[in-house]
Design a protein around this ligand. Structure first.
Ligand SMILES: [Zn+2]
Length: 246
């Protein structure tokens, strides 16, 4: 870090539309053409891949992503170009938690924090709207692919800490959840409970929510993905009662 491309002028200079890169996605190598400058500003992964090609003479050598899903990559590109999560060809905004989680994992892999944060915001809004939190199969799938310190893991633990509670978990729900998640859950639960024994975890949460919850609570920021300007409390996370997803 600290090279010319990571400095502030890189973020504010006008976009260049003259250069593109080809990306081949999935085992069938579905082709996508993306503007080099746009995707490079979002993703250090693509920035490095593009820089490598431009340093050689082979500018148009495709970037291959054989393990990834072309439909998901198209959703990712929509976020990059349009700043919104829209799943499917029909432009549906339907709630499908698996797709949100897979999209988050993809954005994280490309180190595109802006898109990862966008997915978190829309996921929180959607769970609020539907009054539903991620279910055991969603959590299991996400824990298989995500990093230990992933903010989305933290969000899932918080969903369960504040909206499900230990009762359901010890009464059988726990057997459907991955052990790494259970460890995270009981550590968090213990911290809250230990902090203020006179209150329920929910009361403690709502108190601390009002005090400290900011829009950036579950975001990731760095020198090229600057913190959100409005640090005000986001959503109404404390109001969810939350049924479980699948
Ligand atoms: Zn933020």
């Amino acid at each position: 870090m600290g090279s010319a491309v990571d400095s502030a002028p890189f973020l504010t200079s006008r976009l260049d539309f003259t250069e593109h890169i080809r990306v081949l996605v999935g085992p069938g190598k579905q082709g996508f053409t993306v503007h080099k400058d746009i995707i490079s500003r979002h993703s250090p992964f693509f920035r490095a891949a593009a820089a490598e090609r431009w340093a050689s003479t082979d500018h148009h050598k495709a970037i291959e992503l054989p393990e990834d899903d072309p439909a998901l990559f198209a959703t990712y590109l929509h976020c990059v170009y349009h700043g919104a999560v829209v799943f499917g060809d029909e432009g549906s905004l339907r709630y499908n938690l698996n797709e949100y989680l897979a999209l988050y994992t993809m954005a994280d892999k490309f180190r595109d924090l802006k898109t990862a944060n966008l997915v978190i915001d829309q996921l929180m809004a959607r769970t609020d709207e539907l009054d539903q939190v991620p279910g055991p199969s969603d959590i299991t799938a996400f824990y298989e692919t995500s990093a230990e310190n992933s903010p989305l893991r933290r969000l899932m633990v918080d969903f369960y800490t504040y909206e499900v509670g230990p009762g359901d978990i010890t009464r059988g729900l726990g057997s459907k959840l991955p052990s790494a998640f259970l460890t995270d859950f009981f550590v968090k639960y213990g911290q809250l409970k230990g902090g203020d024994r006179s209150r329920s975890v929910r009361e403690t949460f709502e108190k601390s929510l009002r005090k400290s919850m900011s829009r950036c609570e579950y975001h990731q920021h760095d020198e090229t993905h600057l913190a959100c300007k409005d640090g005000a409390a986001g959503g109404k996370a404390g109001s969810r009662v939350g049924s479980l997803g699948k």
